[in-house]
Design a binder for this molecule. Structure first.
Ligand SMILES: [Zn+2]
Length: 166
């Protein structure tokens, strides 16, 4: 691993600890040449899953990013962080079994909404308001009504990329 300051590759680990709920090892390193300190992460290599965004672009699925957005919605709510990372882990495992390894951003958002709806109403409303960016209170209330009417665990209607699902 090259030093980001002087590009020398000789360095030593000064600290090593678990990070990201035990899914990564964080290492603090010190360059032998310039004594500059930097951090590296070791993670299990995951099979890439592509997220198709609304604008037609796609990007690699980033479980950390998804987890961050859910955590934000759950801020100061009585929800254990383990429940959230478990959800993202389960979702990721499910997506990895798809033959095409593609998911639409809408499908991801819907999955989070269904999860939060059953978990915590406040977190659900927070996530929904950011994710859907409703044009009006009326639009939001209509959406809320359709979601509440749906039995829990049932996939949302109109989800994209249905082929290859289980
Ligand atoms: Zn250096």
């Amino acid at each position: 691993m090259r030093c980001p300051f002087c590009q020398q590759s000789e360095n030593r680990v000064v600290d090593s600890r678990l990070a990201r709920e035990g899914r990564a090892i964080r290492r603090r390193r010190q360059c032998e040449a310039c004594s500059g300190r930097f951090t590296t992460y070791e993670v299990v290599e995951e099979t890439m899953i592509d997220v198709e965004k609304r604008d037609g672009q796609s990007e690699p699925f980033d479980p950390e990013k998804l987890l961050r957005s859910i955590r934000l919605a759950c801020k100061k709510r009585p929800i254990g962080t383990a429940a959230l990372s478990d959800f993202v882990d389960r979702l990721e495992s499910k997506l990895a079994t798809r033959p095409k390894r593609v998911v639409s951003s809408k499908e991801l958002g819907d999955a989070v909404m269904v999860f939060l709806r059953d978990l915590d109403p406040v977190a659900y409303v927070r996530y929904a308001s950011v994710y859907r960016s409703f044009a009006s209170v009326d639009a939001f209330m209509r959406e809320l009504a359709t979601f509440s009417a749906r039995p829990s665990g049932e996939p949302s209607e109109g989800s994209e990329g249905g082929d290859g699902e289980r």
